[in-house]
Design a protein around this ligand. Structure first.
Ligand code: HEC
Ligand code: HEC
Ligand code: HEC
Ligand code: HEC
Length: 218
């Protein structure tokens, strides 16, 4: 617990002393994940000035993620990606995927942080404070149209499929599996950095293919 507080404090410090152009483009501050009143996106708070607070805090946080401060979505209700061509079977959202879907499945208010009985008021959200259904960022609970997530990538799968690369390899160590060996939303996206690609949001690399090629080969 203590260690994480230090890590977050250090990350904040690094951000605040960074070169301002880099901060604007590179960090979370100039991105749609700055949900504070100073954010540049359409969905943002009406008055809250904190940036990290929508996802992290330093006390009374949940064990669902690192110092996690957002109400977490309940797995079980998701329709997972299933196709006969697949060697793997996606599980109900776990790991970081569960954290992302806590806003992006559209069932929980964006301002629903822990310890509040009513969510923080936000601009341009739905009737219950959620990401509105008509927005592209509303992924919903049907994940059949999203790259399979919360799947454990195992060597046997690559042995059965010549287009899968085992082990996944990224010299920059930005793309890959989580600590438990799962493919998650974070295999492709970095929720803190929207600067690596001009085209793809919160992309882990500068090009589209550089992400896919870590695990796939053609
Ligand atoms: C919109 C949600 C969101 C916001 C806002 C956010 N984070 Fe995170 N953060 C995450 C998620 C999700 C993870 C878990 C990533 C994972 O498990 O791979 C994470 C992980 C972390 C970690 C653990 C190490 C790592 O990078 O995985 C640190 C440290 C961190 N965030 C710092 C911050 C700081 C500092 C801020 C404010 C400047 C911030 N975050 C804002 C979503 C967010
Ligand atoms: C606290 C709520 C919250 C969490 C948690 C969260 N997001 Fe978001 N995210 C948002 C909001 C709000 C937007 C802006 C949506 C819009 O404008 O339609 C957004 C936008 C995005 C975008 C689109 C950015 C763009 O420029 O179009 C991506 C990609 C994204 N999030 C990925 C993720 C991933 C991956 C995670 C987990 C690692 C995550 N988000 C966690 C609230 C959240
Ligand atoms: C295999 C890579 C990959 C994975 C895994 C992945 N995404 Fe994405 N995501 C993309 C790409 C590419 C785009 C931009 C193009 C598009 O919209 O299809 C995108 C776009 C988005 C957007 C912006 C909406 C839009 O269509 O413009 C959001 C929000 C988002 N992703 C969230 C998530 C969440 C949440 C997860 C986990 C449930 C996830 N992504 C998993 C590749 C991925
Ligand atoms: C971290 C590893 C990883 C990354 C990065 C990744 N994938 Fe995947 N992908 C997988 C795994 C594992 C499967 C499941 C394969 C299976 O079960 O047969 C999969 C499945 C797929 C499938 C479905 C195959 C089917 O049979 O239905 C497609 C299509 C795909 N990936 C394309 C992409 C693209 C495009 C990108 C880059 C935007 C990407 N992947 C990035 C690991 C990854």
């Amino acid at each position: 617990m203590k260690r994480f507080s230090v890590v977050i404090a250090t990350a904040l410090l690094a951000v605040s002393v960074g070169n301002s152009a880099e901060v604007k483009r590179g960090s979370i501050f100039g991105s749609k994940h700055n949900l504070s009143v100073s954010g540049s996106g359409e969905i943002k708070s009406s008055s809250e000035t904190g940036v990290c607070i929508f996802c992290h805090s330093s006390h009374n946080t949940s064990s669902d993620g690192p110092l996690w401060n957002h109400q977490t979505t309940v797995p079980g209700k998701f329709k997972t990606y299933e196709r006969s061509t697949m060697d793997s079977k996606p599980e109900q959202p776990n790991g970081a995927t569960k954290l992302c879907l806590s806003c992006h499945d559209g069932t929980i208010a964006v301002g629903a942080i822990r310890g509040l009985t009513t969510p923080l008021p936000m601009q341009n959200v739905g009737i219950s404070g959620e990401i509105p259904q008509e927005r592209r960022s509303h992924i919903g609970t049907d994940l059949t149209g999203t790259h399979p997530v919360s799947i454990k990538f195992q060597p046997l799968m690559a042995a059965a499929d010549q287009h899968l690369r085992w082990p996944p390899f990224d010299p920059e160590k930005k793309v890959g599996l989580d600590a438990n060996g799962y493919v998650q939303c974070t295999s492709c996206h970095d929720p803190h950095n929207n600067a690596r690609s001009d085209k793809y949001p919160f992309w882990n690399k500068s090009s589209f293919d550089d992400v896919c090629n870590v695990c796939h080969k053609y």
